[in-house]
Ligand binder design. Structure first.
Ligand SMILES: NC(=O)c1ccc[n+]([C@@H]2O[C@H](COP(=O)([O-])OP(=O)(O)OC[C@H]3O[C@@H](n4cnc5c(N)ncnc54)[C@H](O)[C@@H]3O)[C@@H](O)[C@H]2O)c1
Length: 310
């Protein structure tokens, strides 16, 4: 893999001089697609571990917002990550190249796709990556619920596709749910687990299926918790207290949903409803109303709970 890394490093370069070797990191080049909540967190995690990262988002506004997310994420990691990286935050940030061009990801050893939770958008992203990236590049998706078999079918390299379901906030979480598709090769699985261990994260491998383990279990709970608020059984604060104060969970289901982003929760439930055909994943009306009103959770300042001005 070292030869591939050197080649990838030469090809990825920096925006001012695409032929120049990357500054800083001595590990392989990683591509990340989508500079939202997860993409920026994943990019930060790899850059902190010494990888050169090429981060692609087609939206100029999203890239600007992503740079703010990165600054906040680096500060949070400095305060909360144990042990924190001793490296200056600017040096870590300098290992991330921002781009709008998919060809800049051509020589990455692995690309982590963090686009919106929509089968149609993921198809567009993966088709583009499959055409642009070297044959050896592993395509990992951060999807919350779409089966790997569906995603792999959008590419001509199903043996090199899997899901790396990072948790949010990615730089602060120590474990990743890794989803092996029916055609994912043993080599791909090992490569990705090695990459994750290099970030200080523990990979937990599961088999394929809509929502895998995490969201197949979590999403109906979030939906049911929202329905309890909608039906007047309790307000959002009290619903969460039942889980934190009575059960001793670290966070209630509605604060968890606010942290994920209610738009992403809604999209994930829609995917689960479509892919399983099971009506218990039908998103509850209150969730739809909050998303429609722009109350997307912590990132917008309000969801089931309020978080002050953003
Ligand atoms: N938010 C969470 O807690 C969480 C946790 C684990 C996994 N996920 C999954 O990670 C993925 C990203 O979620 P998020 O919360 O970061 O979403 P987000 O809405 O914050 O970010 C999505 C980003 O994708 C970009 N994008 C849109 N269309 C694109 C395209 N065609 N090509 C490339 N980029 C495009 C958007 O501009 C945006 O920056 C989703 O699949 C989601 O289900 C989310």
């Amino acid at each position: 893999m070292n030869g591939a890394r050197e080649e990838a490093g030469r090809a990825a370069g920096r925006s001012a001089d695409p032929g120049a070797p990357p500054c800083g990191g001595s590990r392989g080049v990683i591509g990340v697609v989508g500079a939202g909540t997860m993409g920026v967190g994943v990019a930060q995690s790899f850059a902190t571990a010494g990888h050169h990262v090429v981060l692609l988002d087609p939206s100029v506004e999203a890239a600007a917002a992503g740079r703010r997310l990165l600054r906040n994420g680096l500060r949070a990691a400095r305060l909360l990550r144990k042990p924190a990286s001793p490296e200056p935050m600017d040096d870590i940030a300098a290992r991330i190249d921002w781009t709008h061009e998919v060809n800049r990801l051509a020589q990455a050893e692995c690309v982590v796709e963090c686009g919106p939770e929509s089968i149609a958008v993921k198809k567009e992203i993966l088709t583009g990556l499959d055409g642009a990236c070297a044959a050896r590049t592993v395509l990992a998706s951060c999807t919350s619920a779409i089966p790997v078999s569906t995603l792999a079918g959008f590419t001509g390299r199903p043996d090199r596709v899997l899901a790396t379901h990072f948790m949010n906030p990615a730089p602060l979480k120590d474990a990743v749910e890794v989803v092996r598709g029916p055609q994912t090769s043993a080599e791909t699985l090992e490569t990705v687990q090695e990459l994750l261990r290099g970030l200080g994260k523990r990979p937990h491998v599961v088999n394929d299926g809509p929502g895998f383990v995490s969201n197949r279990v979590l999403m109906p709970m979030v939906n049911d918790a929202a329905e309890r608020v909608q039906s007047g059984t309790a307000d959002a604060e009290t619903v969460d207290l039942i889980f934190t104060d009575c059960f001793g969970h670290a966070m209630g289901p509605l604060r968890t949903a606010d942290l994920i982003g209610l738009d992403t929760v809604l999209d994930t439930l829609v995917v689960l409803r479509e892919t399983t055909g099971d009506s218990r994943y039908e998103p509850c009306e209150l969730l739809r109303e909050l998303v429609e009103a722009g109350h997307h959770g912590r990132k917008s300042g309000r969801g089931f709970h309020s978080y002050g001005a953003r």
